[in-house]
Design a protein around this ligand. Structure first.
Ligand SMILES: Cc1cc2nc3c(=O)[nH]c(=O)nc-3n(C[C@H](O)[C@H](O)[C@H](O)COP(=O)(O)OP(=O)(O)OC[C@H]3O[C@@H](n4cnc5c(N)ncnc54)[C@H](O)[C@@H]3O)c2cc1C
Length: 455
């Protein structure tokens, strides 16, 4: 037992048994708390649930760090497929691999959402201090009385559940956040993107083989829209088509089989051949909305928000879960630093995460443009090559922004701020040139040292 909770055990309620709620439960159980986790959905370990969100996710360094702290990485490893870079598919089916990093360990991993959440729930239960209540939906919260009204769905019965502290890990549509807002205790903005997404599937080949390079995140960048594909352990790929809601090529425009086939023939021909159920999947899989939630405060009385409930972001940096896992570590650090005095730890936790969450929200929005469009620009590749060279020459000053976010634990806000300076340096260095050999690296090094503080 790590914390001081053993002397004065407190009862923690976590709302939401998603990735973040399940991970918080493990951290808190390890500190000696009794934890009850309420989840509106059935348990995916026991019942098949049609995925409302992406089937697989990119796991990167921040998420790995959190799993490592819990000693879970060895158990997670069999679920992972390394992705070394972006495999860009042009309209003629030509492929180009663009490495994410430049060191052998600089890869991200595709992981199944259901596999990971099941593993976290198993690990939470194995502590003997966490109890999950599935098919229990939070209806409202009385922050003065420290109690929640919860609907036991199978019995259609309302329960009143007391807590000492409440963690709102109930995702982008958080009821905990809504209850705070109803009392004017927080303000939040929800910026819905005018683009949505839909999942499609490339099954394994006839001999159970991957039909595309399995060690890459595949992207079909088409300017205003794009499709991406991540590998699964069963040799299939889950594709996600991101498109505007309205417009010439959009979810509104593709509303019959002929238009669907025409768009895929024209823009995604190499993928189309590999999606046998394209028509069925396109017209029966749900279209998911995308947005950014920014909250003015995540803490009210004995309740605190975390994960997507506090800061849902668009998925284009593959960081929503990773950021949520980092929240779990931040909460653990705050409790440790304040000897489990929650009154002190909660505001410290919020303070440590707020700017960082806003920064990753902004970077995730920017990355959509990079993935669907900028990757087609030769200048982008030139800048990337120069950035890698500068990282090699001056590793204490210059790390490409993507690497800072994905392969390091540099706070998001710092990565965002340094990234802005770095972009300006790269703009200056690439002005009027078309090849990395034309760069004057002595000047480049001087510029970097002038403009960027040492890391
Ligand atoms: C298309 C897509 C792709 C993504 N790709 C990546 C990626 O590659 N890498 C990455 O890091 N992130 C990715 N994300 C983001 C990631 O999915 C989220 O950041 C992550 O799921 C957040 O976890 P969470 O536990 O905070 O919220 P959620 O996963 O939403 O879990 C919240 C839980 O709370 C439950 N709940 C909600 N309301 C109630 C209630 N009233 N009562 C009880 N329970 C309730 C829900 O059923 C749910 O189980 C992606 C997201 C999308 C949409």
């Amino acid at each position: 037992m790590i914390g001081q909770a053993a002397e004065q055990p407190k009862h923690i309620v976590i709302m939401g048994a998603g990735l973040v709620g399940s991970m918080h439960a493990i951290f808190l159980a390890r500190r000696g708390y009794q934890v009850a986790v309420y989840e509106q959905l059935p348990d995916i370990r026991k019942e098949r649930i049609s995925a409302g969100r992406s089937i697989n996710l990119a796991l990167a360094n921040r998420g790995i760090d959190a799993l490592d702290r819990l000693g879970l990485m060895a158990a997670v490893e069999p679920l992972l497929i390394p992705m070394r870079g972006r495999m860009l598919h042009d309209e003629h089916g030509e492929l180009k691999l663009q490495s994410y990093g430049q060191k052998a360990e600089e890869v991200i991993y595709s992981v199944s959402r259901a596999g990971l959440v099941s593993l976290l729930r198993d690990a939470a239960e194995a502590t003997g201090q966490v109890e999950f209540f599935f098919k229990h939906e939070c209806l409202s919260i009385d922050f003065d009385q420290n109690q929640c009204e919860i609907l036991n769905k199978p019995h259609d019965k309302k329960l009143t559940v007391h807590y000492d502290y409440l963690i709102g890990a109930d995702g982008g549509g958080s009821q905990v956040r809504a209850s705070m807002k109803a009392l004017n205790e927080t303000e939040f903005s929800a910026e819905l993107l005018d683009h949505s997404y839909k999942e499609l599937n490339i099954p394994a080949g006839p001999n159970g083989e991957f039909q595309l390079d399995k060690e890459a995140l595949h992207i079909w960048p088409r300017g205003d829209y794009m499709m991406i594909g991540l590998p699964n352990p069963d040799a299939s790929f889950t594709l996600t088509l991101f498109m505007p809601n309205e417009g010439e090529v959009s979810f509104a425009a593709i509303n019959d089989v002929a238009t669907l086939n025409k768009v895929f023939d024209e823009y995604f021909a190499d993928a189309k051949d590999l999606i046998p159920e394209l028509e069925t999947e396109y017209f029966s899989n749900p279209t998911g909305y995308l947005g950014t939630i920014r909250c003015q405060d995540w803490h009210y009385k004995s309740a605190v928000l975390t994960g997507d409930a506090a800061h849902a972001i668009v998925p284009f940096h593959g960081q929503g879960m990773n950021a949520g896992f980092e929240d779990c570590v931040a909460m653990e650090n705050a409790l440790e630093a304040h000897s489990d005095d929650w009154e002190l730890a909660m505001p410290v936790f919020v303070e440590s995460r707020m700017d960082n969450s806003n920064a990753i929200a902004d970077m995730a929005l920017e990355n959509y443009i990079e993935m669907r469009s900028t990757v087609n620009d030769p200048k982008f590749h030139l800048k990337k090559a120069i950035a890698f060279e500068l990282e090699q020459r001056l590793p204490d000053y210059f790390i490409p922004r993507y690497s800072m976010v994905m392969f390091h634990l540099i706070p998001y806000a710092e990565a965002f701020a340094r990234g802005k300076i770095q972009y300006r340096i790269l703009d200056e260095l690439t002005d009027g040139i078309s090849d990395v050999k034309q760069v004057d690296f002595d000047r480049a090094e001087r510029l970097v040292k002038q403009k960027l503080p040492r890391l």
